[in-house]
Write a protein that binds this ligand. Structure first.
Ligand code: HSE
Length: 307
């Protein structure tokens, strides 16, 4: 195999209570990427459609992630990448992660899978470092592993794949404004109180238990973030209204997707996910900011080969 085409899923990081340590992959939103082997030991980005992003290898997240893989590989050649970007940068649904994860996953397939998923996450994190000044793994881990993924430790990376309840749906509204992850990290405080910590790790444990037990009510009870959401939500027009209305129509919970501006809600069943989508559309139509709404199952496979 010398060429592969892959689907690279969008992802929701943090999932309210898991700042920098939890994320999930989406099924119906993502980029497409074609990767082929070339004889020169380099990464060449030949074409990007859908977004105005740099083609220079060192300035492109898929380029630096690919270079990290090449540096650890004994493969004598390199790769050429074409990207069909469907996820906007600065959307909060893992645009940079999709490109970084998709690139290294595809390269690994072309090389006969010499690297583990954990190693692929480590390579892809170099793309996140370029995009947001922080090598966070809560988008690239679910993009590579699929489903929900927990980053148990960064100090010696440890990723724990988690189960996905079958009827769980994500609704995402993406207001067409851009929030740079690096900017939205700068406004956060670097210390939290003991009381805030207790609330947050209680909820994170609750959410993970809910996933294991298929307990939708427990998942809903745990989807809270009292630390980061109050600070970041001021950057998102209509956040409080969208959240209140989504929960009123029946969402299990609702919060900021990654660093925003996208807002996500989780629901039990497609019908409820659609009601939440309608509620988000109705709320946002009055705000006057253009938006896109996505309804998606959780993607339990991660990046996948499509040709
Ligand atoms: N955990 C990261 C943050 C995710 O919230 O800054 C960015 O997508």
């Amino acid at each position: 195999m010398t060429e592969i085409k892959v689907f690279c899923p969008a992802t929701i990081a943090n999932v309210s209570c898991g700042f920098d340590v939890l994320g999930l992959a989406l099924e119906s939103v993502g980029d497409f990427m074609t990767v082929r082997k070339i004889p020169e030991k380099t990464i060449r980005i030949s074409r990007i459609v859908g977004q105005n992003l740099p083609l220079e290898t060192e300035k492109n997240v898929s380029g630096v992630a690919g270079l990290a893989l090449l540096a650890k590989s004994d493969y004598v050649g390199g790769f050429e990448i074409e990207i069909d970007k469907r996820i906007k940068s600065g959307s909060g649904i893992g645009s940079s992660a999709a490109s970084s994860a998709g690139a290294v996953w595809a390269m690994n397939e072309l090389l006969g899978k010499p690297f583990s998923k954990l190693e692929l996450v480590e390579f892809a994190m170099q793309g996140e470092l370029l995009a947001s000044d922080m090598a966070h793994a809560d988008n690239v881990a679910p993009a590579i592993y699929g489903g929900f993924a927990l980053v148990r430790s960064y100090d010696s990376l440890d990723i724990i794949p988690l189960p996905t309840p079958a009827e769980l749906y994500a609704t995402v509204i993406h207001p067409q404004i851009e929030i740079n992850t690096s900017d939205s990290r700068k406004i956060l405080r670097t210390s939290i109180s003991l009381a805030q910590g207790i609330q947050q790790w209680g909820n994170l444990g609750g959410l993970i238990s809910g996933l294991y037990q298929n307990d939708y009510n427990l998942i809903g009870r745990s989807l809270h973030d009292h630390i980061f959401e109050p600070i970041r939500s001021v950057l998102i027009p209509g956040f409080d209204e969208v959240k209140t209305n989504a929960i009123e129509v029946g969402a299990l919970g609702c919060g900021i997707s990654g660093s925003g501006p996208s807002i996500f809600a989780l629901s039990k069943g497609k019908h409820m996910g659609q009601r939440v989508a309608d509620s988000m559309k109705e709320t946002y139509s009055k705000i006057g900011v253009p938006f896109q709404v996505h309804l998606s199952k959780v993607n339990t496979q991660g990046v996948k080969k499509i040709a």
